[in-house]
Design a protein around this ligand. Structure first.
Ligand code: GDP
Length: 444
């Protein structure tokens, strides 16, 4: 998602960075390129027009600012305007004063509602809530079973009409679910509704009837980000037909151009609350306009990375490692531990994709894959503790044994060991220069 847009924006803005002063003509030229980039990404025309007008206006009127060069100022403005069209502040769910909080999901069939119901249920559960999933999609065969399956995977209860009672009335199911939630002390009720392949009146009426029966605290419009411009028309239809308080974008992991994400907030006036980016229940999070903007601009989603790192980060361990790094005493055991800690955060490609400048390093990144790391891990695991502690003792015969034991070529072991020494030396030098890490003699 956003790759092309990101590349084009970065290159449009890079042209500026070579200039000391920006003329109005420079700004116009850049604005033109940004406009093309946004239109190619399938952003709605009106949104593009407003965006460009604001960029031009602000860039031309910008005061010379001591800390930033003109190009950086434009980048800052573009970033701020991107954050604005994506919704500004991160909007969080609002909960009812008197539980249960009722959250209704609406959207077209295939948008990812049922999957999302499971994701949201798991996410809420992790935060200490006790959600009840409610199957009100009684139209699509299997929809109820599918919801029960995601409910089970998320470890939450699903409320569904008893089988054998005909098709059933979704409004009645929704009403009974609220009673059940009160009885069984669920503080959140998540109502999955039926979708159709296209917008139609009956669908809207059914969703509106469910809405009237359960008075949701939040109605979330779920939309597939891959459908491009259609996302906007669908959103408008749901806004007028059912009304919603927030948007969930799904399939952000796809390779679509991303225009929907950039248009839907502006066009509907409702914020994007969540983003779904994969088929697994964990591939889901709050939508942060600021992080998304910096990701689009190729500055990397540093904040997300930091947050993920924090979640898996062991402060004490990190300080010990930093001290060892500084003194050149890092061992292969430390290296293995670090690698395992990083990998806990997710597939390495995803992590690297969040780093600043990652957009321009795609080719190199493509070579760093999990398989390569698996191999490094296998090699280190094939070493004895003494070897990991003092890699210098790994002579030719040991290398041969390690290679055989871990199913790789001797050349792979050589490469790992040599690179490790190089890296350790470089880090110790850097640590010396920047003054971090502890004292002590080098092992090198
Ligand atoms: P519903 O008809 O709106 O309930 O949609 P479903 O939840 O059944 O999802 C339709 C398809 O999209 C399923 O194959 C899901 O696995 C898939 N899907 C849902 N969310 C995502 C996502 O964020 N990324 C990807 N790649 N696929 C998704």
């Amino acid at each position: 998602m956003f790759d092309t847009l990101s590349d084009r924006l970065t290159s449009a803005l890079q042209t500026l960075s070579r200039k000391g002063r920006l003329s109005d003509a420079d700004i116009d030229a850049t604005a033109r390129e940004i406009r093309i980039a946004l239109l190619e990404a399938d952003v709605a025309l009106q949104v593009v027009k407003d965006f460009i007008a604001r960029i031009k206006d602000r860039a031309k009127g910008a005061e010379v600012h001591g800390a930033l060069n003109p190009a950086q100022q434009v980048i800052k403005i573009v970033n701020e305007e991107l954050v604005t069209i994506l919704g500004g502040e991160t909007r969080r769910l609002s909960f009812a004063k008197n539980p249960p909080t009722v959250i209704m999901l609406a959207g077209l069939q295939g948008a990812g509602k049922t999957t999302l119901a499971g994701k949201l249920a798991l996410w809420l559960k992790k935060q200490g809530h006790a959600p009840l999933l409610v199957a009100c999609d009684l139209q699509r065969p299997n929809a109820v079973t599918q919801l029960q399956v995601v409910g089970e995977r998320a470890g939450v209860t699903t409320f569904a009409p008893e089988p054998g009672n005909g098709v059933g009335d979704p409004v009645d199911v929704a009403r009974r679910a609220i009673d059940e939630a009160k009885r069984a002390q669920h503080d959140i009720v998540l109502v999955d509704t039926a979708g159709r392949l296209g917008v139609d009146e009956e669908l809207m009426k059914q969703a509106a009837d469910i809405r009237d029966a359960v008075s949701p605290d939040e109605t979330l419009f779920v939309v597939d980000a891959m459908i491009g411009q259609d996302a906007v028309t669908t959103a408008e239809a749901f806004r007028d037909g059912v009304g919603f308080s927030g948007v969930v974008l799904t399939k952000l992991d796809g390779d679509a151009r991303g225009g929907a994400a950039l248009s839907v907030r502006q066009v509907t006036g409702q914020p994007i609350l969540f983003a779904s980016n994969g088929e697994k229940l964990e591939d889901f999070d709050l939508f942060h306009p600021d992080r998304m903007a910096s990701r689009i601009l190729g500055m990397g989603d540093v904040l997300s990375l930091i947050e993920q790192a924090e979640e898996h980060f062991d402060q004490e361990k990190a300080e010990q490692t930093a001290a060892k790094l500084g003194s050149g005493q890092l061992t292969l055991e430390d290296f293995l531990e670090q690698m395992l800690a990083v990998r806990k955060m997710g597939p390495i490609g995803n992590l690297l994709g969040m780093l600043p400048g990652a957009g321009q390093m795609k080719d190199q990144l493509a070579q760093v894959d999990d398989k390569h790391l698996d191999k490094l891990q296998a090699i280190i695991r094939g070493m004895t503790p003494a070897e990991r502690d003092d890699p210098k003792m790994i002579n030719a015969s040991r290398r041969l044994r390690i290679a055989k034991g871990s199913g790789v070529a001797v050349r792979d072991v050589n490469e790992l060991v040599n690179r490790f020494f190089e890296a350790r030396k470089m880090m110790a030098q850097m640590a010396g220069r920047f003054g971090f890490g502890g004292g002590g003699g080098s092992k090198n």
